[in-house]
Ligand binder design. Structure first.
Ligand code: ADP
Ligand code: ADP
Length: 225
């Protein structure tokens, strides 16, 4: 079973071609890291999958569903950005619970779910604080919590750790990996950091100039004699 299927995704900006017909199947529960030099089209591809960028041609499916004409919020995918995109005027509790509130989940069920996710992410003590009162790592955890709370079919990460210092990056890498092992959600993770990709991904896809240059498990790609 293939959770996310990209069929010949082409993207033009003006008269430049940014994505030259990307074909990629991400299996159900698989963690794929999308790597490649700056400007190769990683972020554009991820945003296209999320529906945040129009594509010129191609087909995106999630399970059996074609997403081409589906609005971003109805795609059943959650995106996590490097700049967190938290609501500054809301507490951690309200940031985590917001998507559930919009969905009409009642207060009691919401509180329970938020408490559970906060515990998973080590945020139980921070529920009444505001984003500006948190460390970078805590903010990134809230951003992940906001994605998890929606129980999406897939997670899309766009360089989520690049604003963190080296020590925290290594810690969060381990945490995200552990979280994936627990949730087993289909994940596409964009990073320019090869070590990050190697330690986290089931499969690494290397993009260059808008084309898939190579792909394989971390061992296949980087463990050359
Ligand atoms: P990456 O994430 O791999 O660094 P991007 O997807 O951000 O690469 O960019 C791929 C290419 O598309 C780059 O050449 C970039 O300059 C170009 N690009 C990205 N966004 C736009 C835009 N809004 N308008 C024009 N060109 C863009
Ligand atoms: P979704 O619509 O994906 O369920 P939300 O309802 O939480 O997610 O957010 C709605 C939109 O508002 C998203 O595109 C999100 O990036 C954006 N957003 C998030 N935080 C802020 C903020 N502090 N200020 C303005 N917009 C925000």
């Amino acid at each position: 079973m293939s959770a996310i299927k990209l069929h010949h995704i082409v993207k033009h900006y003006d008269n430049r071609t940014i994505l030259h017909g990307i074909d990629l199947d991400v299996n159900d529960g698989e963690f794929v890291a999308l790597v490649g030099p700056s400007g190769c089209g990683k972020s554009t591809l991820l945003r296209t999958i999320a529906g945040l960028e129009p594509m010129s041609s191609g087909t995106i499916t999630l399970g059996q569903r074609v997403l081409n004409d589906v609005a971003p919020k109805d795609r059943d995918m959650a995106m996590v950005f490097q700049n967190y995109a938290l609501y500054p005027h809301m507490t951690v509790r309200d940031n985590l619970g917001f998507a559930l509130k919009i969905k009409g989940v009642d207060k009691h069920a919401r509180a329970e779910r938020v408490a559970q996710i906060a515990a998973t992410l080590g945020l139980a003590q921070e529920l009444d604080r505001y984003p500006r009162q948190l460390s970078g790592g805590q903010r990134q955890r809230v951003a992940m919590g906001r994605a998890i709370v929606r129980q999406p079919a897939a997670f899309l990460f766009d360089e989520p750790l690049s604003n963190l210092d080296a020590k925290l990056r290594i810690q969060m890498r381990t945490e995200i990996k552990a979280l994936h092992q627990k949730l087993r959600a289909t994940t596409i993770y964009v990073t320019h950091d090869q070590v990050e990709a190697m330690t986290m991904a089931d499969r690494i896809v290397v993009l260059r100039n808008g084309r898939i240059e190579q792909q394989g498990t971390p061992l296949q790609l980087y463990d050359r004699p």
